[in-house]
Design a binder for this molecule. Structure first.
Ligand SMILES: [Zn+2]
Length: 306
């Protein structure tokens, strides 16, 4: 077969690039939690607050009950997780960050008001990031190492700003299913398929396009995704939200999933900061590097010629 050629700057292979984990480790798994609570609602209604309580209360279930259930689940499975917390959530619920640290979990940044990238500028991002870092330091005495973008969008300028403000890794993009480097930043990739929101987020009031998925089908999909990731030596990044996955049937789903993974050999359950530290200290560092450049627009559509 003739060698295949690919665009410059993007390492590409017919088979996925083998990622090097610590000795005797076949794959990594990371339990990540985006502690959104009511912050996306505050952002969406930042100019005018509706006179209703329904969605606010549904989201506040997260810090009130869902988070505690997730912490009990993690404790049962002896897993340390990474929790990405918007600044306004830490400010509103000031016991969250210290409690998570006391339990051995990691806390990471997730905007201040859960700013949606397409609705804000790089300058606003820089300001929100600095404000959130200041709050984290004030509440915990520690600089958070990681950032996860609200709704998982990024710009090249945001990646550069993370580096400028001392953030060590990002976890918002999907270019591989193992760690890599983009725009000078270590990336611990997420993916929609292993995010609870796309299956279970339900707002009510006629706003939803479809009913929430049944947990059984999602469990099958997540088990398959984990198995292939494990077989190929990747990073299984699960993302849940306390207001969504803190409900009983989803705790039961997660319990079954963690039991399946717990029975396998060679799985490294690790927090994002541990995975980022491994990445930087390993042969993988700068071996899986891509640019964060945007392509030029392709120009207006050419008229039909035939
Ligand atoms: Zn979020």
């Amino acid at each position: 077969m003739a060698p295949m050629t690919f665009p410059p700057g993007a390492p590409t292979a017919v088979r996925p690039t083998p990622y090097q984990w610590p000795q005797n480790i076949r794959s990594a798994a990371c339990f990540s939690v985006d502690v959104d609570a009511e912050s996306p609602y505050l952002w969406a209604h930042r100019d005018r607050m509706p006179p209703t309580l329904g969605q606010l209360e549904a989201r506040r279930f997260g810090p009130r009950q869902g988070l505690g259930r997730l912490l009990e689940l993690l404790d049962r499975h002896a897993i340390k997780a990474s929790f990405f917390v918007p600044g306004i959530v830490a400010e509103t619920y000031p016991s969250i960050l210290p409690t998570l640290l006391d339990l051995g979990h990691e806390i990471g940044l997730h905007g201040y008001f859960h700013e949606i990238v397409a609705q804000s500028s790089d300058e606003e991002f820089a300001h929100a990031l600095g404000r959130a870092i200041d709050l984290f330091k004030a509440q915990t005495g520690q600089m958070p190492l990681g950032f996860r973008s609200p709704a998982w969008e990024m710009t090249p300028g945001m990646l550069a700003e993370l580096t400028r403000q001392g953030v060590v890794y990002d976890s918002s993009l999907m270019g591989f299913d193992h760690p890599y480097d983009i725009g000078g930043m270590t990336e611990l990739p997420v993916q929609w398929l292993t995010d609870d929101a796309i299956y279970f987020k339900f707002l009510g009031g006629g706003a939803d396009k479809w009913p929430p998925s049944a947990p059984g089908g999602v469990l099958d999909g997540w088990r398959d995704e984990w198995q292939v990731t494990h077989d190929e030596g990747g990073l299984f990044m699960l993302t849940v939200h306390p207001w969504i996955s803190g409900r009983g049937q989803r705790i039961a789903l997660l319990d079954r999933l963690l039991t399946t993974i717990g029975e396998a050999k060679g799985v490294w359950w690790a927090r994002c900061d541990e995975i980022a530290a491994h990445h930087k200290a390993s042969v993988n560092n700068n071996r899986l590097t891509v640019d964060a450049d945007l392509p030029a627009p392709i120009g207006p559509r050419r008229p039909e010629t035939s």
